[in-house]
Ligand binder design. Structure first.
Ligand code: AMP
Length: 349
């Protein structure tokens, strides 16, 4: 999606992806190699003027190698900040951004102590490499500790209080090379089994200014360049920080049709030193993720104002294989279009 946004700007792309069937490969040269393969990284940096990443678990070692040779935006310290859930929470606190109660849990004894601090229910998570709800276990009572520890143990863990949230929202910000910033309207997100299902931008959300304040503070602290996504829980009408992603984000895919400038174009503008584009809404929109399998294209194409994106990925349970964005001229028109859409796609959502 970055490349698709970049070609109209005259940009060209080289991708380094360890997957043999990288979904970006039809759109540019694909270096099929491990992230830490130094020969491949050397070829990579020789072919490009500026590098970026759109996966937060790229090893910092690989990012450092690239950043020592050509501009890498955002800089490796943004990757470091997002890769360890414990360090991430500590950084939020240092910047005055509220977080749920949490504590490290590196042994079963420490887990029991951590639960005294967080209270129950709580969510036990791996500190590293977790995504789409992977590496998480819910603790409802003391009887769950042993099993959760066995399932996730043998690695560094963090216990977080379970947040009885009213809503989950994310805010996408973009910071240019000259330090100027822009923010998209707050997005309401619905997850199931830890996986994002729908995202809907909300004009004039009462929490917009608070979210922008947190995002601005973080982007300035990291001297960030590019798009940054910040996910929050809303509890008692206040934001509690969940996590950040130092990249374009699934909860911003609606911007392709729903905003004046998509998150992908704005990320490219930022990292290539161009001025940022407007983040204004172009109407109302709702993004739906397709998980595991894509509905037949013929079926999707028959739905009015639905914009389909398939990723060319092999269908697999719990894999995001595509998304679609429904657009409407107003919130009222969107509200009216959602129930028939959900009925038409009931077998796939
Ligand atoms: P994460 O990978 O941490 O963003 O977790 C994926 C999803 O699981 C979140 O978007 C929430 O829906 C849910 N979740 C994670 N942590 C918590 C928590 N501490 N309290 C309540 N729900 C949570």
């Amino acid at each position: 999606m970055l490349a698709l946004a970049g070609y109209p700007l005259g940009l060209e792309f080289v991708f380094l992806d360890p997957a043999a069937e990288a979904c970006a490969s039809p759109l540019g040269a694909h270096l099929h190699a491990d992230y830490v393969d130094q020969a491949a990284l050397t070829t990579f940096v020789q072919q490009i003027d500026v590098a970026t990443y759109e996966f937060e678990n790229v090893p910092v070692l690989a990012a450092d190698f690239v950043a020592a040779r050509i501009p890498l935006r955002p800089a490796p310290k943004a990757l470091t900040a997002g890769q360890d859930r414990l360090g991430e929470k500590q950084l939020f606190q240092q910047l005055g951004i509220p977080v749920p109660r949490y504590a490290p849990a590196n042994s079963l004894a420490e887990l029991q102590q951590a639960a005294e601090h967080t209270g129950l229910p709580a969510v036990l998570k791996t500190r590293r490499m977790g995504y789409d709800g992977k590496g998480q276990a819910r603790l409802r009572g003391a009887a769950d500790f042993d099993e959760a520890w066995r399932a996730l143990g043998a690695q560094a863990l963090i216990l977080e209080a379970f947040v009885p949230f009213e809503r989950e929202v994310s805010c996408l910000g973009v910071r240019a090379l000259d330090g100027s910033v822009a923010f998209y309207p707050l997005v309401e997100n619905v997850h199931r089994d830890g996986i994002l299902r729908t995202s809907r931008p909300r004009a004039n959300d009462p929490l917009q200014a608070e979210a922008e304040r947190h995002l601005r503070r973080l982007m300035e602290h990291l001297d960030y360049v590019g798009v940054l996504a910040f996910e929050f829980f809303v509890v008692d009408g206040q934001l509690l920080a969940n996590e950040i992603a130092p990249r374009v984000h699934n909860s911003g895919h609606w911007t392709i049709e729903g905003a004046e400038t998509s998150q992908f174009e704005n990320h490219l503008r930022a990292i290539t030193g161009l001025p940022l584009g407007s983040t204004r809404l172009r109407g109302a929109s709702l993004m739906l993720n397709f998980i595991g399998e894509l509905p037949p294209l013929r079926h999707l194409a028959a739905i009015e104002n639905l914009h389909v994106h398939q990723y060319g990925k092999t269908p697999k349970p719990l894999r995001k294989v595509g998304h679609a964005t429904l657009t409407a001229p107003s919130t009222v028109a969107l509200d009216a279009a959602i129930p028939p859409l959900q009925a038409a796609l009931a077998a796939y959502l």
